[in-house]
Design a protein around this ligand. Structure first.
Ligand SMILES: C[N+](C)(C)CCCC[C@H](N)C(=O)O
Length: 288
């Protein structure tokens, strides 16, 4: 066989990386293949994929909560804007609302969605931080068996208020930063859309993506505080309150601690919010 040194194959090291990437991307397919080959309970490829994803990815809980939380956010935002400007969504093309109105409506939506998000977000963070392998023989079982069990445990051990641990930090994180979110979105849409016209899908995607980044960049310091407060219920010597958490984190780890996760938050924010705004605009066109 001739040596594989054509430009396409690249250097051995990059080939190795490409192979590793390929393996990561291919692993889900491989899992489905192995299950189909060895178990008879699946109807076919799709059935196996859907069942594996639904039961094992841990995604059904975030999917259910994001549906509730986003409808509260976007519902409150558009109603607040309607109340403030007394113009409907269609009329707003001809008479665009002021940025102050957009900001206030965004903050209102942010405040109310934070209240609904708090218990979901707490459960999500607790489950995400659970690193014990699921059912290791002989090892200690994981503390929480799933979202419902986690909620029940928190209720039993910490009372109903336990479900709202970190909720103040969450509200402070989301109220102003969702104002920034909608202002950035509106501003970018207006920059790239001729007056009186509806923004194109490409504009909506880009404006939504950058709105997500702007919002997450400003939200990250309080995001760190929020997540630490949510986890604190599990330990002895937990924080006295938000201020205590801020001061102790800064003293022990330096100010850089408040920017942890900034890059990953921003990288996640672009695609998530591009798609969120595109669906929002399409749903409004279809229903309003
Ligand atoms: C305010 N804060 C930055 C926290 C969120 C803003 C964007 C919300 C969106 N559902 C997302 O998950 O990206």
């Amino acid at each position: 066989m001739p040596p594989m040194s054509t430009p396409l194959c690249g250097e051995p090291e990059s080939r190795g990386k490409a192979g590793a990437l390929g393996l990561v991307l291919g692993h889900p397919f491989d899992t489905v293949k192995v299950r189909l080959q060895t178990q008879n309970k699946y109807q076919g490829i799709m059935d196996c994929m859907v069942k594996t994803y639904r039961h094992e990815s841990g995604m059904s809980f975030p999917i259910a909560s994001v549906a509730v939380v986003n409808s509260v956010l976007f519902g409150c935002y558009s109603n607040a804007l309607l109340a403030l400007t007394a113009t409907s969504h269609q009329e707003r093309r001809a008479q665009p609302p002021s940025y102050t109105h957009v900001f206030v409506a965004g903050c209102t939506g942010g405040l109310l969605q934070a209240y609904c998000l708090a218990p979901f977000d707490l459960i999500k963070v607790r489950l995400q931080n659970q690193t014990e392998p699921r059912a290791q023989l002989g090892g200690p079982p994981p503390r929480y068996r799933g979202p419902v069990h986690c909620a029940a445990c928190i209720l039993r051990e910490e009372g109903p208020r336990g479900l709202f641990r970190g909720a103040w930090a969450l509200m402070l994180r989301d109220t102003p930063t969702l104002g920034i979110y909608f202002v950035t979105y509106e501003w970018l849409c207006r920059q790239y859309t001729p007056e009186g016209q509806t923004p194109s899908s490409a504009t909506v995607l880009v404006a939504g993506g950058f709105a997500g980044i702007a919002s997450w960049v400003t939200a990250t310091p309080l995001d760190v505080v929020k997540s630490r407060m949510q986890m604190a219920g599990l330990e002895r010597g937990a924080y006295q309150g938000m201020l205590d958490c801020i001061v102790r984190s800064a003293r022990q780890e330096g100010l850089g601690v408040f920017f942890r996760g900034l890059l990953i938050n921003s990288a996640r924010a672009f695609p998530v919010n591009a798609v969120t705004f595109l669906s929002y605009e399409h749903l409004l066109l279809a229903w309003a």
